[in-house]
Ligand binder design. Structure first.
Ligand code: GLN
Ligand code: ZN
Length: 765
């Protein structure tokens, strides 16, 4: 019998129970015990679900109140002193590390003021983990028992589980030195960390765990030699111990081949690889297995929502069996299912034909089991037939086969992706068009999304107010924002985006080829979840999406009004993409739809147009090489196709945030002006790198995630700092990102001070 395995299950609950309760705890509405009980309920529910589905190997310790990497830091005592000094209860220390804590002194507690640890993207997913931070004083100690407790909890429920932990090499490699220990290389701590892992593994064995899933996802990254060598050190140390559970060394999200020498010969019970991401690696990875080692074959996608193609998966598993025999093969999810929504059956509004193409985490359980059963020779013919039919229906559906879109996409040529004149010439005519002062000021697009706006939007969605009422409300909001900007003295205005719930969903809802869920939430970080739209077919734009709004906003002012669009890469990255056509094709289809919008805006008198690409950086393939270079090419091409159909006089802006950007990556977009998140960047070299950027650029001057208001003097000092290495004639003044999460008070004060600082420099230069 071939076994089925799941690497991890979403922990947010089918109806976001975890979010609601965690936030209630933060707001003092429920107690720690109540929150812990919710966690317990979710775990019990998930285990039972998997058991009932017939999954053989069910994970434990995949639950987390915030992040599984942070859990490990707490378990191993990797807690910087700034968090321990307040003697908070451990749950509060945990949340303080995750999200910072600011609390006034009260009767029996001191004031607390501590920022969060850094949060970074988990590989190329939209999940973020809390980065472990090591210092010379870090003393690894096993100070908790979460993996053991959760293993026993499942056992008490009558369910045998396989605990999951992040492996030692990945844990260290994903961390960084703390501020006070910048010379420290985390991987150098391996020797002192291993005894703690051994202690943990022994405790798991003593509790009864026979096998542990040890995740080492960094094996899909480029790793320095030192880190590669650490695998042997670590896993040899484990092999030398008596009384440890069997270890399944688990990788996902990519191709392990370049790092195979690092794991070849390790004495683990088996390996897991992601064959959804890279089926080609099967041949090579199977060749490193020892005679007894098992191969866990990841064939059920943990990152996307498409129904598994059973025929293809079964063929792949059979190939593995041919190599090493059925008794050593396990059928598994490719990665944890954390990155997929919980349950498709809760979607009541999806078109039933299209809904049949999807599979969420709960449905994926049945998929691994069915594939394993098929391989084991059980009669699953009905399921296989239904699956084949669904796959066929999808392929043939008209939404997937829009000949006009396909023809237009394949007709894209260099000319469509190139502005008619190079930047210096455009700059000259744009100067004549806009007469902007030096240090022009602008914002990134959104203004505070007040409670009023949310209430009206929800009334409109529910149908309790008419379209006309809603439109009039939005118009009033826009007028307010325009008047405000005039009063503050900004130079290039925006309409404020009050009509947009989300920068991707708003466009998805207006494009053909998208589907939306009601409950399809996926954890992005902590209690923040996203509900990505799904690209279900060829994408096109049936009608203008933003023109009316922008034209109305422009009618209220003499100043240039900036049209505001989301770029092709960001729409693609923040949706579930199709798996039946290359991402490049999807990006280009989006770019054509946006190109039409950009041209319509221009014809309607909007001559400054911003196309946001905050997700450009995160789409970068994990490893250097051909795939990455290729991505950079087609990402830039998509942006240029979207924005190059305009006259020289039209000024194209773009915006980037959330990541350390390489100026070279954005150069190829050839936008006239880019604005980037920058207020927390202190590295002089980094400023210098951007000074060499050829076109105009606004380095974000204030943090929009914080209520803090910088004074005029602070703005002046910051701009002065930048001006040391930066040409004044290229510089724009703007915040880091949109202001939608801020309050009006803070927004007014910050922008007033920013404009005052810009005026100060205008007089100086
Ligand atoms: N224009 C968007 C806004 O201002 C940009 C958001 C983003 O970059 N994440 O909200
Ligand atoms: Zn942004």
């Amino acid at each position: 019998m071939v076994q089925s395995a799941v690497l991890g299950f979403p922990r947010i609950g089918a109806f976001r129970e975890l979010k609601k309760n965690t936030e209630a705890y933060w707001n003092g509405k429920i107690s720690a015990d109540q929150l812990l009980a919710v966690g317990k309920e979710i775990r019990a529910h998930n285990w039972k679900l998997q058991k009932d589905a017939g999954v053989d190997i069910i994970p434990s310790n995949d639950f987390s109140f915030y992040d599984q990497v942070l859990d490990l830091s707490l378990l191993f005592n990797v807690i910087p002193d700034r968090y321990t000094k307040y003697n908070l209860p451990s749950l509060d220390t945990y949340f303080a590390m995750a999200r910072g804590l600011q609390r006034k002194a009260a009767e029996n507690s001191k004031a607390v003021d501590v920022p969060a640890l850094e949060m970074v993207k988990w590989f190329d997913s939209n999940y973020h983990y809390v980065r472990p931070t090591f210092s010379h004083s870090t003393e690894f100690k096993l100070i908790g028992s979460k993996p053991i407790d959760e293993y026993l909890e499942a056992k008490a429920q009558g369910i045998e589980t396989r605990p999951v932990i992040l492996g030692p090499v990945s844990y260290l490699f994903l961390g960084k030195p703390d501020k006070d220990s910048l010379d420290l290389e985390p991987i150098a701590l391996l020797k002192s960390l291993l005894p703690v892992y051994i202690q943990l593994l022994k405790k798991l064995a003593a509790a009864g765990a026979k096998e542990v899933q040890v995740d080492e996802p960094t094996l899909v990254l480029d790793m320095p030699k030192k880190v590669q060598a650490a695998f042997k050190t670590a896993y040899d140390a484990f092999a030398a111990e008596e009384g440890l559970p069997e270890l399944i060394l688990t990788t996902y999200f990519g191709d392990v081949r370049p790092n195979l020498s690092a794991i070849k010969g390790l004495k683990v019970a088996g390996f897991h690889f992601d064959f959804v991401r890279d089926p080609e690696q099967l041949e090579k990875v199977a060749s490193i297995l020892g005679d007894k080692q098992t191969l866990s074959v990841g064939v059920v996608d943990g990152r996307n929502i498409w129904k598994n193609d059973f025929a293809a998966s079964i063929a792949l598993v059979k190939k593995a069996i041919k190599k090493i025999g059925a008794d050593r093969v396990i059928v598994a999810t490719a990665s944890s299912l954390l990155h997929t929504p919980v349950d498709l059956t809760n979607e009541k509004k999806l078109d039933s034909e299209i809904k049949d193409w999807f599979s969420f985490a709960t449905q994926k359980l049945d998929e691994v089991v069915t594939i394993a059963n098929a391989i084991s020779g059980k009669d699953v013919s009905e399921k296989l037939a239904a699956n084949a039919l669904s796959i066929k229906n999808r392929k043939e559906h008209e939404i997937n086969n829009d000949a006009a879109v396909q023809k237009r996409t394949s007709g894209i040529d260099d000319a469509m992706a190139t502005r008619s004149s190079p930047f210096p010439k455009r700059l000259a005519v744009q100067k004549g068009e806009f007469h902007l002062p030096l240090f022009p000021t602008t914002t990134i697009g959104s203004f505070p999304q007040t409670k009023d706006i949310r209430v009206m939007r929800s009334k409109f969605t529910k149908g309790t107010i008419s379209e006309e009422e809603y439109t009039n409300f939005i118009k009033k909001e826009i007028k307010g924002v325009v008047d405000f900007q005039e009063k503050v003295g900004l130079d290039v205005l925006v309409h404020g985006e009050p009509e947009r719930n989300d920068m991707v969903q708003y466009f998805g809802e207006r494009l053909k080829g998208f589907a939306f869920t009601t409950n399809g939430w996926v954890q992005s970080y902590g209690s923040r979840y996203v509900r990505p739209p799904i690209i279900v077919g060829d994408v096109s734009r049936p009608a203008p999406m933003t023109v009316k709004t922008s034209v109305y906003a422009q009618s209220l002012t003499e100043k240039p009004m900036k049209g505001m669009l989301t770029g092709p890469i960001t729409i693609l990255r923040w949706s579930f993409p199709r798996n039946d056509v290359p991402q490049k094709t999807q990006a280009l289809q989006l770019s054509l739809a946006l190109r039409d919008e950009v041209q319509d805006l221009e014809s309607a008198g909007i001559h400054v147009i911003q196309v946001d690409e905050p997700a450009l950086r995160e789409g970068l393939p994990l490893r250097a090489g051909a795939e990455r270079n290729d991505y950079l090419k087609w990402a830039a091409e998509s942006f240029r196709v979207a924005t190059s159909g305009v006259k020289d006089t039209t000024q194209i802006h773009s915006h980037f945030c959330y990541s350390d950007l390489d100026p070279n990556h954005i150069k190829a977009l050839d936008a006239d002006v880019v604005s980037i998140e920058f207020s927390k960047k202190d590295d002089a070299n980094y400023i210098q790198e951007f000074a060499n950027y050829p076109n105009h650029i606004g380095l974000g001057l204030f943090d929009i995630h914080s209520p803090r208001v910088p004074s005029k003097e602070e703005f002046i000092a910051r701009i002065g700092e930048i001006m040391k290495s930066y040409p004044a004639e290229k510089f724009w003044c703007n915040p880091d990102c949109g202001l939608k999460t801020r309050k009006w008070e803070e927004t007014t004060a910050s922008l007033t001070n920013m404009v005052a600082a810009a005026k100060y420099y205008r007089e100086k230069y």
